[in-house]
Design a protein around this ligand. Structure first.
Ligand code: URA
Length: 436
């Protein structure tokens, strides 16, 4: 087999054989294909696309390029959810205990935040003692006994993605639907779940800027999952606005706790209930997504979802004193109020810029080695669609280091488009599309 021929076939939009894809991935990971040829292949895919069947085979080859997690020790349908990443997206912290409280089995492998998007593992580590590095054996035991657990993806999971992503990053080939789909789905397949709900974010704070592009990505990922024997569903949700009101690690855990106590913001509660409904349906616990939603609403209302969160935190070593008294969790950072400089309606929030202003406060990392301030972040009081008056408080910033406030405020305010009249036609709903 010849690497140049393989690249040339992609350039000419010809279908690759399964053997050619297998050869390419194996040789690339072994170091037998030089970086410049791997990069040329990735760029050819970015420019010429790849058929769904070739993308599915590429994903499977990537999945088996390293270790795969064996979850066969978990009884029942093993459920997972994956968000493509956003600002204020703490939904996993809520959905895992919510589904577990209703009888589902959620084995969640999560990542850390990078850039403007936060990561579930960083958020959980703001709870003193919480261990996201328990062994797979312990993880399986907790999922079997409590119905849910969350750990960081470690070990040699999907080395092909690590290699491809690093090359895509420096060769302008990140933004390609088959490459994004195979990157995400290879990690999901290697994580061992039987059924996966994808939350494909769309808008200024997401990879996919339009509902059409987000839907295309969701459909390709669903095809890959089904082709590889998984049950699949997807939501396309609005990331043109942060989810909930809190951005930052401890701040997002606190908002999740309020939501699990049935006292959270409407958008976040609504998204989590709908996700739990679909997951309970995929897991065979509910007869329909609507039945699942009703089960989820009931477990928020009767306290079972919050009780389950406490159990999972305790099982993973977290100190419950910080869950029961969230003032302790939030610490004692410095704070700074952001005041609106104009009156009118908020017609747009550039969510990427809002995420970056929280990174400036040290709630997120710009590079992998940056140290986080768990207490840093933003509470947003006014969001898209709301009316504001000049001089009114629209947000509060938190950080240990007061010198960070001014620059973060400037970036935060630049994200708001405030106009005299509300532009309802261009304000998206939370749920843009569902594929179940
Ligand atoms: N997330 C991933 O894991 N991979 C991509 O290519 C894009 C987003």
């Amino acid at each position: 087999m010849n690497t140049v021929d393989i690249i040339n076939k992609v350039v000419l939009k010809k279908e690759l054989t399964d053997e050619e894809i297998s050869y390419f991935v194996k040789q690339a990971v072994n170091g037998d294909i030089p970086d410049y040829q791997v990069s040329a292949f990735l760029m050819a895919v970015r420019c010429q696309n790849l058929s769904n069947n070739n993308t599915s085979v590429l994903t499977r080859e990537m999945e088996f390029s390293g270790d795969v997690v064996d979850l066969s020790g978990i009884n029942g349908v093993k459920l997972d959810k994956h968000s493509t990443g956003g600002v204020g997206d703490k939904a996993s912290l809520i959905i895992v205990p919510l589904v577990a409280a209703c009888g589902g089995k959620v084995a969640k492998l999560s990542g850390r935040g990078l850039g403007h998007t936060g990561g579930t593992i960083d958020k959980l580590e703001s709870i003193p003692g919480f261990n996201t590095e328990i062994s797979i054996t312990e993880f399986i035991e907790i999922v079997n006994s409590l119905g849910g657990a969350i750990i960081g993806a470690t070990g040699n999971l999907v080395p092909a993605d690590k290699m491809f992503y690093a090359l895509r990053d420096v060769t302008a080939s990140v933004e390609s639907i088959p490459l994004i789909a195979s990157s995400i789905m290879s990690k999901k397949l290697a994580s061992g779940a039987d059924a996966i709900l994808l939350d494909v974010k769309c808008g200024s704070g997401a990879f996919m800027k339009t509902p059409e592009a987000a839907r295309e990505l969701a459909e390709v990922m669903i095809h890959i999952g089904k082709d590889n024997g998984r049950k699949m569903a997807a939501f396309i949700t609005n990331m043109d606005i942060p989810l909930g009101h809190n951005i930052g690690n401890a701040l997002e855990v606190e908002e999740s706790i309020r939501t699990l106590k049935n006292d959270g913001p409407d958008d976040l509660t609504h998204e989590c209930v709908q996700a739990a409904g679909v997951m309970l349906y995929l897991g065979g616990v509910a007869d329909s997504p609507e039945d699942g939603e009703n089960m989820a609403k009931e477990s928020l209302a009767n306290g079972k979802a919050f009780a389950k969160f406490r159990e999972i935190v305790q099982a993973q070593g977290g100190d419950l004193a910080y869950i029961d008294d969230t003032a302790k969790l939030l610490g004692n950072p410095k704070s700074y109020d952001v005041i609106s400089l104009e009156s009118g309606f908020i017609n747009k929030m550039d969510t990427l810029e809002i995420g970056m202003s929280s990174v400036m406060l040290k709630a997120g990392r710009e590079t992998k080695t940056d140290k986080l301030d768990y207490y840093a972040g933003i509470t947003i009081y006014k969001k898209t669609g709301d009316e504001v008056k000049k001089g009114e408080k629209i947000a509060r910033l938190y950080a240990q280091d007061e010198s960070l406030f001014k620059a973060a405020e400037k970036r935060f305010l630049s994200a708001f488009k405030i106009q005299e009249k509300i532009d309802k036609e261009n304000i998206w709903p939370l749920m843009l599309h569902k594929i179940v």
